[in-house]
Design a protein around this ligand. Structure first.
Ligand code: RB5
Length: 145
């Protein structure tokens, strides 16, 4: 699977660790930075990864910051992109099943390395459910208020 990944300084170390694990499993990684631990603004990275997903250049996006909140807010501002902040495997599975999320957001100061890896595996392994009720709800979200 082709996966675009990005992190700010808060998520840099975890991104490096997870990128290595994903590459070891055979995934092709597009690394959108940060490339060192110096401070950067999370929206700059979030928009790069979210646009990779929007433009269908990759199969999934993964964004990491301190809490995951800033990344999920920013990525969700990119038209057509559903970003989901997940703190456990169940959320990652449901983000795929029910919410059609293609961008996963993680908080490096919230979860540990092992949980982060378990979340990513769920996010990669599962596909959206196609039941009418899920499609209806997703369309309402897309339409907005
Ligand atoms: C950076 O200190 C921190 O604000 C950022 O990583 C993230 O948690 C924002 O939502």
């Amino acid at each position: 699977m082709k996966i675009s990944v990005g992190a700010d300084h808060g998520g840099f170390q975890l991104k490096e660790l997870l990128r290595g694990k994903m590459e070891k499993e055979g995934h092709e990684i597009v690394d959108r930075g940060a490339y060192d631990p110096a401070a950067v603004d999370y929206p700059d990275i979030a928009f790069l990864v979210a646009n990779d997903v929007k433009d269908s250049l990759v199969d999934r996006g993964i964004l990491i910051c301190g809490t995951g909140i800033g990344m999920s807010n920013a990525a969700s501002r990119v038209e057509g992109v559903v970003a989901a902040l997940c703190t456990n495997e169940y959320m990652a599975r449901m983000a795929r099943f029910h919410n059609n999320a293609y961008v996963l957001c993680l908080g490096s100061r919230v979860i540990g390395d092992e949980v982060a890896w378990a979340i990513i595996k769920e996010f990669i392994a599962n596909d959206p459910l196609t039941d009418e009720k899920y499609n209806r709800r997703r369309k309402k979200v897309e339409k907005g208020a």
